[in-house]
Design a protein around this ligand. Structure first.
Ligand SMILES: [Zn+2]
Ligand SMILES: [Zn+2]
Length: 318
């Protein structure tokens, strides 16, 4: 084991394997769950050497490295959560690899992630600004560049809302939580009041995109989580959360502030998409991604809520 402090014991049979910090492109937390005759994992991290080494080192440290791997449940098909399968699948050789049905296309064909990240929209908006190179961006090349490459993953079981995944003494209900990824899932054990949250709640607020459920989908996902009787949240990025209601409130407050910035800007007159995007995102690189899909998500929600309208690519208050 590189460092025993990377293995956090949630319970005797449930361990959190945590990277040094929560910020992208640092890989997601990985969870091990042990039962009488094997172990299962929730996410596997990315394929960079440090992440793969941490997962294998933790199995070795716990003495669980010789146990058969029964289930690998993937919260969603993003490289910081599933990219590690590229290397780890041959070591772990799981009986079942499980993903929500909506994210199956991205596990099969990773280049399709360009669509769920709304990269065509980013390119289109970039071209509107007169940048001829806007079409050159490819999300898979970007993942490679930040040392968190995506890979295709062979899924042999898909799940959907309310399905039950039994692992040892845990009976997890699948909570479909889109917004950040269309097939994003969280797992909830009612008896233990325990939520494996994925990216929907954690130390960082993830980006959102219309093609991944948008802001409206994200808010509905948070409402579902808020309605659960939760004692402990195990997030994919950051430390264990005890007060989930407070975290959810903080996330919604952040979303409302972004809505308010758009409304406030429109009080002084009509604005273009780019003017509004620049209000929410100061840096040009962020204006491209995740700015474009996040700003578009807010505009779509405000139009749906009948607070603003758009005419000839200009946004107005109603
Ligand atoms: Zn993600
Ligand atoms: Zn993530």
């Amino acid at each position: 084991m590189n460092n025993s402090t990377e293995v956090i014991s949630v319970d005797h049979d449930l361990k959190m394997i945590k990277p040094p910090h929560a910020k992208w492109p640092e890989p997601a937390n990985v969870y091990f769950i042990k039962d009488e005759d094997g172990i299962s994992l929730f996410d596997v991290g990315c394929s960079c050497d440090s992440s793969v080494g941490r997962v294998l080192g933790a199995l070795n440290y716990l003495g669980w490295d010789k146990l058969p791997v029964k289930k690998i449940v993937l919260s969603h098909a993003h490289p910081d959560h599933i990219g590690g399968m590229k290397t780890l699948s041959s070591y772990l050789n799981p009986e079942q690899t499980i993903l929500h049905e909506h994210d199956l296309p991205y596990a099969n064909s990773p280049s399709d992630l360009n669509f769920s990240f709304d990269i065509p929209l980013c390119n289109e908006k970039n071209r509107e600004k007169g940048n001829p190179d806007g079409n050159g961006f490819d999300i898979l090349s970007y993942f490679e560049m930040v040392n968190c490459p995506m890979c295709s993953v062979k899924i042999n079981k898909t799940v959907k809302e309310k399905d039950i995944i039994n692992i040892g003494r845990y009976n997890f209900e699948v909570i479909h939580t889109p917004g950040h990824a269309s097939g994003h899932i969280s797992l909830f054990d009612t008896n233990k009041k325990l939520l494996l949250a994925g990216d929907i709640i954690g130390e960082i607020i993830p980006w959102y995109a219309p093609s991944s459920g948008g802001l409206t989908g994200f808010l509905e996902s948070l409402q579902k989580i808020e309605a659960l009787d939760i004692d402990i949240v195990l997030p994919s990025h950051g430390s264990i959360i005890k007060n989930s209601k407070k975290i959810i409130h903080e996330i919604i407050t952040t979303f409302n502030k972004r809505d308010d910035s758009i409304i406030e800007a429109l009080k002084s007159g009509q604005k273009t998409f780019h003017e509004l995007n620049e209000i929410l995102f100061e840096f040009p690189l962020l204006q491209f991604f995740p700015g474009t899909p996040m700003t578009e998500s807010h505009l779509q929600k405000l139009i749906k809520d009948k607070k603003i309208k758009v005419l000839n690519k200009l946004y107005f208050l109603i």
